[in-house]
Design a protein. Structure first.
Lengths: 289, 334
């Protein structure tokens, strides 16, 4: 019995980890590769959840489908934010304090605005597969976890391919290391950074849809993910997408085991503990350079 | 101006404020004033690390809550002293407990300073960004611990019943207000003292170019730790009287994100380079919020704070103090 519990906790953790990968993908790009500390990212994820919620309630569309349709809008939002960030902070050199305050303000404004519009009630979406569950022997796969996990891992694989195979992707990897060398290759580093940042915000649309499939959402839900996403990002190693994916699965499994055996109210402390441990012992993360 | 003279003037201003409020005789003034004073302490404390050293602390709410829950803990111990302490210790412990509020404030400051030291030691050796993220996560984890700790009320919250009468001050809220005034004087004097000492110069070198400071022999880690401890301790002290002010605390109110936002927004809007900035910012924003909470709604006033923060960070990076200085300079030139 104990063994079944452990197996199911690990399975649930792996599925949770797949979802965490989608949540962290954006931070992994913006913070890991571009050195932009976008702590407002969880706020955009919640925004994505609410967009999925509105459209789902009115038209009954599938949240993941909605998120894919909303991708261009999030991409555009990312472009605008990067433009503001570049013009007011990045251009004038390293004023990280104000940049951080800027994103913190964005996070807060998003949350309060959502609060004003939707109130603090929990919102859920209505999808046929939400209640279902596959079982193989003693192993349980709740579909509401399985679907986000699979789509998320597929998206993550696409991102890894994009970053390593295409010209723009490689330019993104290069821009954080040596923007001048990039200019010598006739590439505008600002444009590359804008594209990368926009992609990072676009992932929030997908992550938002996954989130609201997995659990009910309130405007302040995003806060729980701030510590978690940075923990995953740092643990995986800054700038390493495969590292992020592995770290996401690790955190998912550890959290799931913690909440199965010690109670769910302890789970949020896990990622922070790991974050502090990583920062203290190996700040470059598991797969960092 | 020498520091003793400065403190004396501050005390005089504080006393004048207290007696004016007392003369008007409306308790609401004390209630609203307390909140504004509390924000002055928080903003000044944040600025010691954020403004002087350039290290952003998103965990103000966490440090504030450490203060809040130190009081709740000590109060709960005082309430249940018979069941907690073995027989032979009871008599001496009953002499100590229940602790007077000023002592609780000092204990809260010590606890918050100690936690600041621990976290700073782990994260301050890395880039400033990691420290900022760690502070953000610290709030979440502290909240998790408090939610799971039933002795201080857990997620149900805890009642702290203030005494009806206090000697000398009479009314309890007037006593709290006076305590907060003392904390404001303490915070402002500390900030100004740091600013004008060698310590402040060291902080400024960290803010401007940490690598160069390190290379010139500035003990950066030690200075940063000092700043974190002082800043954290002041925030904890600001939180300590809060349970008595509000009467009932639960994790969601003690860890409210609005403390973190306000203690960043106020110095940013006022100006981060001197002790005047947080004071101006806190007075303006704090009063504005009190008015907006009464006249509009508390959600809208938080939205205003957030938008003001973004606006000032982009348009006027040196805050109101910076704007005024620019004006004065322009005028003296022409």
């Amino acid at each position: 019995m104990e063994f079944d519990l452990l197996i199911n906790a690990i399975i649930a953790g792996l599925m949770l980890g797949g979802f965490y990968a989608a949540v962290t993908a954006g931070i992994s790009i913006s913070f890991g590769m571009l050195d932009i500390v976008n702590i407002a990212h969880p706020g955009f994820i919640i925004l994505g959840s609410y967009i999925a919620y509105i459209v789902n309630v009115h038209f009954g569309a599938d949240p993941i489908l909605i998120a894919i349709v909303a991708l261009p809008a999030f991409y555009a939002l990312g472009s605008i934010i990067y433009q503001i960030y570049y013009q007011s902070f990045e251009k004038h050199g390293q004023d990280s304090l104000r940049g951080l305050a800027f994103f913190f303000g964005l996070l807060f404004v998003t949350e309060v605005a959502l609060n004003l519009v939707f109130g603090v009630d929990y919102r859920t979406v209505d999808v046929p597969y939400i209640g279902g569950s596959l079982s193989i022997g003693a192993m349980e796969f709740p579909v509401r976890m399985l679907v986000p996990c699979l789509v998320s891992v597929a998206m993550f694989g696409g991102l890894i391919l994009f970053m390593s195979r295409t010209f723009i992707g490689r330019a993104v990897m290069a821009v954080s290391q040596d923007p001048q060398a990039l200019q010598l290759m006739a590439v505008d580093p600002i444009r590359i950074k804008r594209i990368a940042f926009s992609i990072s915000i676009a992932t929030a649309s997908m992550a938002g849809a996954f989130l609201i499939i997995i659990q009910p959402v309130i405007p302040s839900s995003g806060r729980e993910y701030i510590g978690r996403v940075f923990a995953i990002c740092v643990l995986g190693g800054l700038g390493s997408l495969p590292g992020t994916l592995i770290a996401a699965f690790m955190i998912g499994v550890i959290e799931s085991i913690t909440s199965t055996f010690y109670g769910p109210s302890w789970a949020p402390a896990v990622s922070f503990g790991l974050l502090l441990l990583t920062l203290a012992v190996r700040p470059s993360g598991l797969f960092g350079r | 101006m020498r520091t003793p003279a400065f403190t004396l003037i501050l005390t005089a201003v504080a006393a004048a404020l207290y007696f004016t409020f007392n003369f008007v005789g409306n308790d609401y003034l004390f209630f609203a004033g307390y909140t504004v004073l509390q924000y002055i302490v928080l903003a000044t404390a944040w600025n010691i690390l954020g403004g002087y050293c350039g290290y952003v602390n998103f965990g103000s709410a966490g440090f504030f809550a450490i203060g809040v829950y130190t009081t709740v803990f000590l109060y709960a111990v005082g309430q249940q002293i018979e069941t907690l302490v073995p027989e032979f210790m009871l008599a001496p412990m009953q002499l100590i407990f229940p602790l007077p509020l000023p002592v609780m404030i000092i204990v809260a400051g010590a606890v918050a300073g100690f936690i600041g030291l621990g976290m700073g030691y782990l994260t301050l050796r890395l880039r400033g960004v990691f420290f900022a993220i760690a502070t953000l996560a610290l709030t979440v984890v502290l909240e998790t611990f408090i939610v799971n700790w039933s002795f201080v009320g857990g997620s149900r919250g805890a009642y702290v019943i203030p005494p009806n009468e206090v000697p000398v001050f009479g009314n309890f809220i007037q006593f709290l207000f006076a305590l907060m005034l003392v904390l404001v004087i303490l915070a402002l004097t500390t900030a100004r003292l740091i600013e004008r000492s060698k310590l402040g110069v060291g902080f400024a070198t960290i803010r401007d170019d940490e690598l160069a400071a390190e290379a010139s022999g500035v003990p950066t880690l030690r200075l940063k730790l000092i700043a974190t401890v002082v800043s954290g301790a002041l925030m904890g002290m600001a939180g300590a009287p809060f349970p008595f002010y509000i009467g009932y605390v639960e994790p969601a109110s003690a860890f409210n994100l609005s403390y973190a936002v306000n203690s960043i927004a106020m110095p940013m809007i006022g100006g981060t380079t001197s002790w005047i900035g947080p004071l101006v910012g806190a007075l303006l924003l704090g009063t504005l919020q009190q008015v907006a909470t009464v006249t509009i709604s508390s959600a809208v006033n938080l939205l205003i704070v957030g938008l003001l923060l973004i606006f000032f960070v982009i348009i006027a990076p040196r805050g109101i103090v910076g704007l005024v200085q620019d004006q004065l300079r322009k005028r003296s030139k022409s």
